[in-house]
Design a protein around this ligand. Structure first.
Ligand code: ADP
Ligand code: MG
Length: 460
């Protein structure tokens, strides 16, 4: 299967070749023809499987005919975060180089003036986060009645962040004759309901999840005590041939502390977390991408979905509370065939969390013994070996109990987007996941890289 078989125009094929893609991913192969046929679509595939191009490519061809009108965007793409919105915009620029399409990005944290100006001139594609869009809509700066194509991207993440009511509101403002595409990594109940209500006779496509993590990633767990976590981290950073590293922590405060302490020790590091405004997040990310700093300390939410290439190491300073996060975090390394290394610091309190990770990935992560210092940590009484069918014993009282910082959303709107973005309301209860609703920052997605092995395999 190649891109030419999918009925894309020649101009688009040229852009795809220039982007360096030789073969569509399974979700692209299945979704693109459906979008071309103007069908409504539900597409479920794990993060990093190329969902963006599955809608961006056919949309460019669809939008190639027709014309723009002031303040009436012809199509709308909803994204849960500014970073993801920006990434989709970059995709449009990359694939749309041979087309005359105008795009506007409506995201919080940046000046609204230019965004409104672009809308006034007329756009073919509007890429927006729900908060900022609602804001502009309520100020009468935008009309959605000319919008014939709607994409709800990263739907499960929208749910996590409490955006479903906004999306319902927006859907009601669009013409009912529109085409609607919904992309998600998972399909929890409320998303299913949303789809039932706002999609018309949709085609359902699902690409199976890979059972285990990428084989190019050498994974290790390091037993530590809470007290010597930072020492161990420093030692690993100094001794493991680190060229560039992402360090994940479970809490925003920890992200800040680690970064400060690394800088004090002469490391070249930056940080990214949900409490930073948009421009600082972008600036930090750019510093990391350009190599100005080679260490980026991150929270799950801030790093989720970001396409960061060529990271040699991932360090889980904290064992993630939710096992999915583990897969997403370590997926930032070992990409595009390169080898990567992932270290997870495990304190005695993390015994259950790491056991859940091993259960999910179906592997026992090898223990990494540090030379000399750092190894005084008491080990958990037993290795969390592969469990025979038995469910893990309920030991909720042992689970980490982070301070719950996320506040419930105020029901009134409009709300300033910066506040929404920073304080996502945990909405996990509905998805029967382990007790992670208390996470300071919610997360499921974040792994945005192709997975060589399973991308090559056609969907079942
Ligand atoms: P998702 O939305 O499913 O999480 P993205 O659309 O962000 O995933 O794509 C993840 C990564 O895969 C990006 O770096 C993108 O450039 C790359 N990618 C997308 N399609 C292909 C393809 N056909 N071949 C190789 N890489 C691809
Ligand atoms: Mg995506």
């Amino acid at each position: 299967m190649n891109f030419a078989d999918l009925g894309l125009s020649d101009e688009l094929l040229k852009a795809v070749v220039a982007a360096g893609y030789t073969e569509p991913t399974p979700i692209q192969a299945q979704a693109i023809p459906q979008v071309h046929m103007m069908k409504d679509l539900i597409a479920i595939a794990q993060t990093g499987t190329g969902k963006t191009a599955s809608f961006v490519l056919p949309m460019i061809d669809i939008l190639a005919s027709g014309r723009r009108r002031a303040r009436m965007p012809r199509s709308l793409i909803l994204e849960p975060t500014r970073e993801l919105a920006q990434q989709v915009a970059e995709n449009f620029e990359k694939y749309g180089v041979h087309h005359d399409l105008k795009m506007a990005l409506l995201i919080g944290g940046v000046q609204m003036g230019d965004q409104v100006k672009a809308l006034d001139d007329g756009v073919d594609v509007l890429i927006a986060t729900p908060g900022r869009l609602m804001d502009l809509f309520e100020r009468g700066k935008i009309l959605l009645t000319g919008c014939e194509l709607l994409v709800i991207d990263e739907a499960d993440r929208m749910l996590d962040m409490g955006f479903i009511p906004d999306i319902e509101f927006i859907c009601e403002k669009l013409p009912t004759t529109r085409q609607t595409l919904l992309f998600s990594a998972t399909m929890p109940g409320p998303i299913k309901k949303l789809a039932d209500r706002f999609l018309t006779n949709p085609k359902y496509i699902e690409v199976a999840r890979p059972a285990s993590a990428n084989l190019n990633i050498a994974q290790h767990k390091v037993f530590v005590s809470s007290r010597n976590k930072r020492d161990v981290l420093r030692q690993l950073l100094r001794t493991d041939d680190v060229t560039s590293a992402l360090i994940f922590a479970n809490r925003k405060t920890t992200v800040r502390e680690i970064n400060k302490s690394l800088q004090r020790d002469g490391f070249s590091s930056g940080e990214i977390h949900g409490d930073m405004d948009q421009s600082s997040r972008i600036a930090e990310l750019d510093r990391f991408k350009s190599g100005t700093v080679n260490i980026l300390v991150a929270s799950d939410v801030a790093a989720r979905g970001l396409d960061i290439k060529g990271v040699s190491h991932v360090f889980n300073f904290d064992t993630p509370w939710h096992p999915d996060d583990y897969v997403h975090r370590i997926g930032r390394t070992g990409r595009a065939g390169a080898k990567g290394r992932a270290f997870t610091l495990v304190t005695p309190e993390d015994a259950e969390a790491i056991a859940n990770v091993e259960k999910l990935t179906g592997t026992v992560i090898p223990v990494f013994a540090l030379d000399g210092a750092g190894e005084e940590a008491p080990r958990p009484e037993r290795e969390p070996a592969p469990r025979p069918k038995r469910e893990p014993a309920p030991r909720a009282e042992k689970a980490p109990k982070p301070a719950r910082k996320a506040e419930p959303r105020a029901p009134d709107r409009p709300r300033p987007e910066s506040v929404q973005d920073r304080r996502p309301e945990p909405r996990r209860a509905s998805t029967a996941q382990p007790a992670t609703a208390a996470q300071e920052e919610e997360s499921t997605e974040g792994w945005n890289g192709p997975v060589p092995g399973f991308l090559a395999r056609p969907a079942g």
